[in-house]
Design a protein around this ligand. Sequence first.
Ligand code: SF4
Ligand code: SF4
Length: 315
Amino acid sequence: MDLASRLDALLPLWGICAWDASLPLRETRAPAPCPLPPAACLVAAFPYRLPEACYPGRNLSRYAVPPDYHRIVGARLAAAGAALAERFPGAAFPWFCDNSPLPEVALAEQAGLGRRGCHHLLITERFGSWVFLGTLASSLPAAELRLALGRPAPGPLPDPCENCAAGDRVPPCRRACPAGALEAGGFRRERCLSFLSQRKGDLDSRTALLLRRAGTVWGCDLCQEACPRGRAAELAPLPEFTAGLRPRLEPDCLDPASLTGRAYAWRGRAVLERNLSALEPRSTPRQPADQKNSAGDKISADAPEPIDKEPPSPV
Ligand code: SF4
Ligand code: SF4
């Protein structure tokens, strides 16, 4: 099997770009020594979305349902790096997956894997945005790698958001975001439930309410679910992402053995306990059925608790 075919077998979607826009490797936490300087980057995307029947009772983002993707992606990248090193003795190909400040989405765009969508995630033609990204640094220039691997420089890709963001229409991803994190001007990470569910410390009441409404303990998929590119995506997960699925986190699954090897464990047990309790109904005393509010309206004991403040409009 030639080298490009070996890479195809390990990396479902991959491309090459120059290193220019990236950061010095000394600023990263590489898992392997980096006797470089890097001249190019091989970027790979790993699809993970499964049929919906695989997610019964899900309260975790889809990416966190299989075993920790860092290990799976890392093993494939390491094997691809070894295959490259065989062909190019003396060169090193250290891999990265969320363990460096490399701008992975920007590099994936340059490598021709897709374009960033309005929801701030990479959209690939085949797999939508349901992909993990990983990178291999290379001391060989992009032109040399492309020649050896028969992979020409990518041409410009069409804007995936062109149709649904045209004119004055509010795109589906922005309409679906409950937190106002997607604005016309860009992505507001500090509002995003995916970011907030992973942040340590106390939850403010608004974030707790949003998590509860979204029914999520970890992460948020709402913008991706609403995206037509995501809905039409091919379901072609790697086999490693189809076993050991845990779509639902329960309070009795927080012991060290249960948390080992799960992507949602990296911030520790306390964050998960906090998020789980945000999903529980408030423990305040129920109101009598005939109690009236200040406007004189009857309050049902089963009515949802009042909302302090509506989430800001996403537009
Ligand atoms: S992940 Fe959720 S909160 Fe974050 S931008 Fe998407 S819909 Fe909004
Ligand atoms: S919903 Fe439309 S605008 Fe938003 S990311 Fe998807 S394609 Fe782009």
